[in-house]
Write a protein that binds this ligand. Structure first.
Ligand code: HEC
Length: 152
């Protein structure tokens, strides 16, 4: 084999090796990206507090008992105009878990009590459900407040 042909072959091999390395790097980056995306999906704040089953129960309880006044998506001011929003836009996230639970169980000035019609599990589930509407920052601050006044 001529010198020239040997050189060409070596070059071709090098190019192939480079291509292989680059494909591996590319696949690696894809996998890391996918893993990061998946973990960001799982880290939605509310899911750290409750399982999917609890959230599904909360959604049901909410639709059946709360949505008429507080809006289908917590936007507030439904049939009872003064009913506040429970989503991220108003005040709900300023209350500790225990205080939210107390209000739902015992009622407020105009809000009816649910202590007779809902089980404790259902009350907890509905709280976890509307907490999914808050921002991560709101939930974090509300959760540190809740250490003083936790769910019962
Ligand atoms: C008949 C209308 C009505 C229904 C039904 C109702 N609420 Fe309320 N809710 C209110 C009103 C009005 C207030 C404001 C406090 C008051 O004056 O009673 C309130 C306040 C709240 C608050 C405090 C929000 C804040 O920013 O201070 C939470 C939390 C809440 N309700 C959750 C619920 C949940 C959960 C349900 C369903 C289990 C529910 N409410 C059903 C009318 C209602």
């Amino acid at each position: 084999m001529s010198n020239r042909a040997r050189k060409d072959r070596r070059k071709k091999k090098q190019a192939e090796r480079l291509q292989k390395t680059l494909s591996l790097v590319f696949i690696g980056v894809l996998i890391i990206g996918l893993a990061a995306w998946l973990s960001s999906q799982n880290n939605r704040p509310s899911e750290a507090l409750a399982s999917r089953d609890v959230l599904a129960l909360g959604e049901e309880v909410y639709a059946a008992n709360c949505a008429t006044c507080h809006g289908a998506n917590g936007e507030g001011h439904g049939e009872v105009e003064v009913a506040p929003a429970l989503d991220a836009t108003e005040h709900a996230w300023h209350h500790a878990d225990g205080q939210l639970q107390g209000l739902i169980v015992n009622g407020g000035e105009q809000m009816p009590p649910f202590g007779e019609s809902l089980t404790n599990d259902e009350v907890v589930a509905v709280i976890r459900y509307f907490q999914t509407w808050w921002s991560e920052g709101q939930l974090n601050s509300q959760q540190s407040l809740s250490e003083q006044d936790p769910l019962r």
